[in-house]
Design a protein around this ligand. Sequence first.
Ligand code: SAH
Length: 360
Amino acid sequence: MVSSGAVPPGAVVDVADERGKFLGTALYSSSSQIAIRMISPGKVEDLPGLVRKRIQAAIAYREQVLRETDAYRVVFSESDFLPGLIVDRYNDLLAFQVLTQAMDSEPLRQTVLSELGDRLKPAAIVERVDPRVRELEQLPARASSLALGEKSNTVFSMNGVRFHFDALLGQKTGAFLDQRENYAAAQRYARGEALDVFCYQGGFSLHLAQQCSKVSGVDSSRSALEVAERNAALNGHEVEWIEANAFDLLRDYADAGRQYDTIVLDPPAFARSKRNLETALRGYKELNLRALKMLRPGGVLITCSCSYHVSQADFAQMLSEAAGDLRKPLRVVERRGQSPDHPVLLGVPETAYLKCFVVS
Ligand code: SAH
């Protein structure tokens, strides 16, 4: 229980149950549907000091779990006990995002910047603003900008594949780092002719290109495909980039009887809330049905959902229905999630959002 009467936005508050028993310390938001986010089960005397320690622990954890990459999520909000803070690393650049009133306070911003600067010695740190989040948190509008240093472009690598990164362009905080280990898995299974649907800047496509005789990547965003083409050139691969609505293209290709050995489906989150779960599942089913139809015997489908509201069980059920409609037996080769720099915190189900099934 928290009594919110005179509590200022972003305050550090004690949390107690209805009988007054102390439960821990939280950061308060006056405007969010999530009024408090727990930061410690104990008392917090020195919040900046605690934030520094949490950043150090987050960095130490990544050193334990990462392989073959200089691009990863350094801080993942609740999963790193730093609610409202996201930090990504792309080689020598860091990008951070503030999601709550508390993390937006000037003292905490300064603490975060100085700790990241001291520990990771980046060439530059960029703030990536999500205007919608700032509106919801009733924070003043801000533009994405350099918070430290001058550099905003770099090249980073995942599993030996190289990518351009421009810190002041692109969606989210740049690339989809949560898919990094799924790229490597897709590459292991990929062969023959491949189709990467919702390819963005070519994350899956360029991994598939290491194994496949031909790769086509589909996305509706021209600017994403332009970066994808630069990424292909950087790695010396040829990929066919197709600017199209994936739903239309899959319908046309499936109707025309096209066949592939490897297909990737990685759509944006269809279920933004529990309310549109049914509609979202229909969308997933349509895509997966068409992809399965186009899969050659023995082919592999790598199919993803980043909607938290679609559970792993829902997703498996949807796939099973799609296969059932086609009277096609389907084996689950692997059930995968997000890469371990986006840790899942047990007891906080919202931190487990990415599903990636490899089926054949
Ligand atoms: N697979 C990518 C990430 C995909 S993000 C990677 O690993 O990097 C989702 C992508 O879907 C975005 O690039 C977005 O532009 C694209 N997209 C959204 N709606 C689409 C549609 N109807 N048809 C095609 N692409 C779409």
